[in-house]
Design a protein around this ligand. Structure first.
Ligand SMILES: CC(=O)N[C@H]1[C@@H](OP(=O)(O)OP(=O)(O)OC[C@H]2O[C@@H](n3ccc(=O)[nH]c3=O)[C@H](O)[C@@H]2O)O[C@H](CO)[C@@H](O)[C@@H]1O
Length: 367
């Protein structure tokens, strides 16, 4: 077949849906420099900051919230769904899209619906178990479903026949040479080269429990000679850290250059969002995962295979206290050998070619 000329990518809400979309857009552009890439988002999601900043065309379509269960009778779906699908269809027609690729988030549903009505190929990329509500609806319109992780094939009936492609990750992360970037990253954040760095991130929105627990442990970490680089997260309140600590504790609201954080880090403390897990493992980053407790155990499922492979530790949200941090993180952060072993195990589970594998799958869909 000839080169792809025009695609519509749909996805939005939080970073977990948007970063894979952007990484895939970059792969399309690398392979087909003349391609027209149009992204569909909702008016309020993080896509409104992240997608224009990455230089892609973002079209907003009217928002509507999906019910959280699937016994959705399409005939009784509210008018707003049809308005959104109509808007998505007009954009698909205008750009003469050859395929719609959806990454989840409720903005994907009107795109799937509009593409189905036009008999356009639809490809869904799903990273969670259970699959998100929007993508489960999309699966009524296409059998071309790609997943990020092996456990998804075993743990979700709806994903049993999906194609395992991995997660499209930003090349700034997948092509990164961590040791080479480390001095620059430490300098950038004002961190010392002679002491370990704990990198704390609660995902794209931030995590209140993690933020408060680590901030409350600031003195104990500092007196043990552990530096902290702490990302507050896009939607979280500021927290207090003592300002008379003997070693650096750096708080940043959000990192657009996430690779700098990974480069500075010896150990990560994070939630178990799917893209975060894909990134830590692609980089061979030892991590302590604190899954978000309120979303169908999806984050626990993401982190468990890495932890079972020896690539990190798992701690319940309710158990992450300053005492736990002192007892577990302090000795680990100072044990270079154990960190190296964990890093190697994490890397064994990680993969870096999700963007290329998804592209191959999409090309099959349009051929
Ligand atoms: C609470 C919740 O429901 N979270 C879900 C959400 O997580 P969330 O939106 O937090 O997504 P992930 O943890 O999967 O990914 C976060 C992304 O944001 C990036 N990042 C983060 C902080 C920062 O300062 N800069 C930055 O670039 C990370 O590098 C990563 O690429 O979507 C994921 C993927 O569907 C799901 O698995 C999570 O369960």
């Amino acid at each position: 077949m000839g080169p792809l000329r025009s695609v519509v990518l749909a996805g939005g809400g939080t970073g977990g849906h948007i970063y894979p979309l952007l990484a895939f857009a970059d792969a399309l552009r690398r392979h087909f420099p003349q391609i027209r890439i149009t992204t569909l988002g909702s008016p309020k999601g993080m896509e409104n900051q992240l997608i224009p900043a990455a230089g892609y065309d973002l079209r907003s379509i009217p928002a509507f919230q999906l019910p959280r269960s699937l016994n959705l009778d399409l005939l009784r779906t509210p008018d707003r769904m049809y308005r959104s699908a109509h808007a998505a269809g007009e954009i698909i027609d205008e750009v003469q899209a050859e395929v719609v690729v959806g990454f989840g988030g409720y903005v994907s549903v009107p795109a799937y619906l509009a593409a189905w009505r036009r008999e356009l190929p639809i490809v869904i990329h799903e990273v969670n178990v259970p699959p998100g509500v929007a993508n489960r609806m999309g699966m009524k319109f296409t059998k071309r479903v790609a997943v990020g992780f092996p456990h998804q094939l075993e743990q979700a009936e709806a994903l049993r026949n999906a194609r395992l492609v991995g997660v499209p990750l930003r090349t700034g992360i997948t092509h990164m040479d961590r040791p080479a970037l480390r001095p620059q990253a430490l300098y950038h954040f004002g961190l010392r080269p002679d002491l370990p760095v704990l990198f704390v991130s609660g995902g794209s929105s931030g995590a209140r429990t993690i933020n408060l627990a680590v901030a409350a442990a600031a003195k104990r970490l500092a007196h043990a000679g552990i530096q902290v680089l702490h990302v507050q997260g896009g939607r979280n309140d500021p927290f207090e850290v003592p300002n008379d600590l003997p070693v650096p504790y750096v708080v940043v609201p959000y990192l657009s250059d996430m690779q700098l954080g990974y480069a500075a880090a010896d150990l990560m403390l994070c939630r178990g969002g799917a893209i975060t897990v894909a990134e830590t493992t692609a980089l061979g980053m030892p991590a302590i995962y604190v899954p978000y407790p309120f979303s169908n155990q999806e984050q626990r499922r993401n982190a468990l295979p890495v932890v079972e492979a020896g690539g990190g530790l798992l701690v319940d949200n309710s158990e992450l206290t300053p005492d736990w941090i002192e007892r577990n993180i302090v000795p680990l952060a100072r044990d270079r050998q154990r960190l190296a072993q964990m890093g190697t195990a994490a890397a064994g589970y990680g993969r870096r070619d999700g963007d290329e594998q998804l592209l191959r799958f999409v090309l099959e869909a349009v051929s």
